[in-house]
Design a protein around this ligand. Structure first.
Ligand SMILES: Nc1ncnc2c1ncn2[C@@H]1O[C@H](COP(=O)(O)OP(=O)(O)OP(=O)(O)O)[C@@H](O)[C@H]1O
Ligand SMILES: [Mg+2]
Length: 282
């Protein structure tokens, strides 16, 4: 199963959610891959720590080879590196990835991530972290994936932007990836005592968005786990936020296995059509 964690808004928790769900997946014995598609390389640093720059070749070298027509399909696995966590692998990014963006966009290499993931050895779960933009990298990820998870940070601007985000996903689905589904919205940095987050989440839920029912609360432990380069399951196994990540992971896995056609794989086009005044331009 391939999942993209996507939101054009910066700092909503994409890299944090990617790495923590992936670490839990691996901890449960599933062969798991994190793909870092963001030149900021935050997921790479979170999982590889201070030695991150030693792990080469990265996705940057892959796209560079694609642009120079040097890529050989038999070499696909060379871009995948084992982390220090059992069953957890990474296709890392590097800051130089940014410099390839224009060339990749101009040359229309939009299926190249998908074709790489089709060629590497089997993984039970692949989690793809994306940059805060709707650009070549995010589009490639949405084309390469089965589903999309959307972090929502309980902010008014995010609430207003979320339908545009769904529209972007729908466009990709119509043009390139007919099987693409939005699996769910993951509420992050939820403050149970505050009125605004509760109101915003209720509004999204009432409007029919597929909200994942376990919310991630805000905790300094998450920042500390970034600093220690240890995902929460390894940094603080019994912490409240770790248990929230575990519940979210179980929700995703269980529904994938027992109800493949139901639950949070929503038909976005139908959903937007039903929204009347909330409909965004096509
Ligand atoms: N639940 C949380 N509690 C406390 N801090 C959090 C939580 N989730 C994320 N953060 C912090 O918020 C910051 C942004 O998180 P993260 O880097 O995961 O977001 P992002 O969406 O990947 O950002 P970008 O768009 O820049 O890639 C980080 O410093 C992270 O530690
Ligand atoms: Mg990030």
């Amino acid at each position: 199963m391939r999942r993209v964690i996507f939101n054009q808004k910066g700092g909503v928790g994409k890299s944090t959610i990617t790495c923590n769900l992936a670490a839990i997946s691996a901890d449960k014995g599933l062969r798991t891959l994190v793909v870092d598609l963001d030149p900021q390389s935050n997921a790479t640093q979170y999982l590889l720590g201070r030695n991150a720059t030693n792990f080469k070749p990265t996705i940057t070298e892959y796209f560079d080879q694609v642009l120079q027509f040097h890529f050989s399909a038999s070499a696909a696995n060379q871009f995948i590196h084992a982390t220090s966590f059992k069953n957890l692998y990474i296709l890392p990014a590097s800051p130089e990835l940014e410099s390839l963006l224009n060339s990749l966009e101009n040359r229309q290499k939009i299926y190249k991530l998908r074709s790489l993931l089709d060629k590497v050895d089997h993984f039970d779960n692949i989690f793809i972290d994306t940059p805060p933009a709707m650009n070549y990298f995010t589009q490639s990820a949405l084309i390469a994936t089965d589903t999309c998870l959307i972090p929502f940070d309980c902010d008014l601007f995010s609430r207003n932007a979320i339908y545009h985000l769904f529209r972007g996903v729908t466009d990709i689905r119509e043009k390139y990836n007919a099987d693409l589904r939005v699996e769910g919205v993951i509420v992050n940095q939820y403050q149970p005592g505050a009125a605004l987050p509760r109101r915003l989440v209720n509004e999204l839920s009432n409007e029919g968005l597929p909200m994942i029912s376990t919310f991630l609360t805000s905790s300094i432990k998450i920042r500390e786990s970034h600093d220690a380069a240890l995902p929460m399951i390894h940094f603080a196994r019994y912490h409240k936020v770790t248990l929230e990540f575990l519940r979210i992971f179980q929700t995703l896995q269980t529904n994938e296995i027992t109800q493949p056609d139901a639950f949070r794989t929503v038909d976005v086009t139908e959903m937007i059509k039903d929204k009347g005044e909330l409909e965004v331009e096509v």
